[in-house]
Ligand binder design. Structure first.
Ligand SMILES: N[C@@H](CCC(=O)N[C@@H](CS)C(=O)NCC(=O)O)C(=O)O
Length: 253
């Protein structure tokens, strides 16, 4: 049996879940809230040499897949394990890397900015996506955790604004590819490129729970700034494409 260690509302974790679900692989999801995930990741990786820090995440970042030989500690490695054919086209593999690097950290920073400005949003996310004791612990530890998250992901107003610009720029770039009316980013079937673009846009388009492996708040339930952004991104051709991928491809096998 496979085990997937996640931060349940992480878009990198959604990418891994999506690939595993699509391949029809059974797995148990072990859900941890940010901060608590370090404990689980440390245990999962202990003595294996797996897990590496990069510019945007720690050595203990999630998702981590266990039970497939050595731990797989990267969403692209997990997607490749689930279905290597997603990466058949070199352009799909290139775009997967590009969206993971150039978009994922920015949509995440934007979402965390909103959550830290309005902790009720983070508490609701925790309650809907993680075991109750963890959600309670997150509430109690919030003052400490907020500082760590701000520091770890450089979440401040300037960073938020920069990440918003980058999100829009990468979305425009994707829209230029989609402008010829193609159904998928690369070739005529779903690939790692579609998986990555849709997943990395998840925090700003907020797909409805029936089309997603996490329960995200819907725009109408949000306060003004995140609601306006979700509406803007859903109306953007790249965001609309992401919403279509979630609607049509999220539960397809
Ligand atoms: N390149 C990695 C990035 C994963 C990543 O940044 N995961 C975040 C969740 S959004 C995480 O677990 N961050 C906590 C940490 O770095 O300790 C992947 O694609 O799996």
């Amino acid at each position: 049996m496979l085990d997937l260690v996640t931060i349940p509302f992480s878009h990198y974790c959604e990418k891994a879940r999506w690939a595993l679900d699509r391949a029809g692989l059974a797995y148990r999801e072990r859900r941890y809230l940010p901060g608590l995930h370090v404990w689980a990741a440390r245990r999962a990786l202990e003595g294996t040499g797996a897990g590496r820090a990069d510019a945007h995440s720690s050595r203990f970042s999630t998702p981590i897949l266990l039970g497939a030989g050595a731990p797989l500690a990267d969403s692209s490695d997990i997607a490749r394990f689930a279905d290597p054919s997603l990466f058949d086209d070199p352009q799909a593999a290139r775009l997967d890397g590009h969206y993971g690097e150039a978009l994922g950290p920015h949509t995440r920073r934007v979402a965390y900015w909103f959550c830290l400005e309005e902790p009720a949003m983070l508490f609701a996310l925790a309650k809907k996506n993680a075991p109750v004791p963890q959600a309670l612990a997150l509430r109690l530890a919030f003052p400490l955790l907020a500082g760590r998250l701000r520091e770890g992901m450089k979440i401040d107003r300037a960073g938020y604004e920069r990440s918003l610009d980058v999100t829009r720029r990468v979305a425009d770039e994707a829209a230029a590819l989609l402008a010829d009316g193609r159904r998928y980013l690369v070739g005529d079937r779903f690939s790692a490129a579609d998986l990555a673009l849709a997943s990395m846009l998840m925090p700003v388009v907020m797909p409805p729970p029936e089309h997603c492996g996490a329960v995200l708040p819907q725009p109408e339930a949000l306060s003004e700034a995140p609601r306006a952004l979700a509406r803007e991104m859903r109306a953007h051709p790249a965001g609309a494409f992401a919403m279509r991928m979630f609607a049509e491809e999220r539960w397809r096998r």
